[in-house]
Design a protein around this ligand. Sequence first.
Ligand code: GLP
Length: 238
Amino acid sequence: MKIIIEENYEKMSRVAANILLGKMYQQKRVNLAITAGSTPIKMYEYLVSDVKNKSYLDNVHYYNFDEIPFKQKKGYGVTMTNLNNLFFKPAEIPESQIHPLNEKNYKNQDKRIEQDGGLDLILLGIGADGHYCGNLPRTTKFEDLTSYVGEDATENMKEILLSEVGGDENERPDFYVTMGPKSVMQAKEIVLFATGKKKAAIIKRAFFGPVTNEVPASLLQTHPNLTIVLDQEAASEL
Ligand code: GLP
């Protein structure tokens, strides 16, 4: 496990963007699964200007690793909407390079990625409870592949689904789909990044504590090519 600690959010975001860019400049197809959420906002700002109109990045393919559908709104769910707004649209990434995961195709996700050559890199955020993608403490099993997680999966699942749609009760779905721990561990490289004091305790627990499904991200410690990128606040308990 490699840990990179940067002074602040901007510098941490620049490092994360550079890691992705380092993967992108290759002659062969490159498959990246990338995170939505608030942590990557600055990183995507940097990436948009780095990759926009670069036709030599035509080999780069993008996957989302989870999707939370809106109950009523048609079209993309929370994750793809977020990725479109932050990155795909402003960077003008052609649709042919974007491979959305959703409730219709989740059963094929692992196979599809395998047939495409596997993920070269997956970029993850982490929740303060240790979840990553939609993999939840105690509920998700380390051997789970990409799955459908219903509103009865765990006792606070309805609250989780509500917070994923920004607290809008009209849009609260009754499930989401997510790549599982086993799917994520198949990526050739994992990068997890975190910012701010609210992530400091979980970073310590997940990467310097025991591997346990109480803390889903702790499994990532066992990946042979894991890099953690933190700002000083997220690293403040190490
Ligand atoms: C959501 C996403 C996760 C993400 C997490 C942390 O639950 N499904 O993939 O890692 O939020 O998000 P943030 O970066 O906003 O703290």
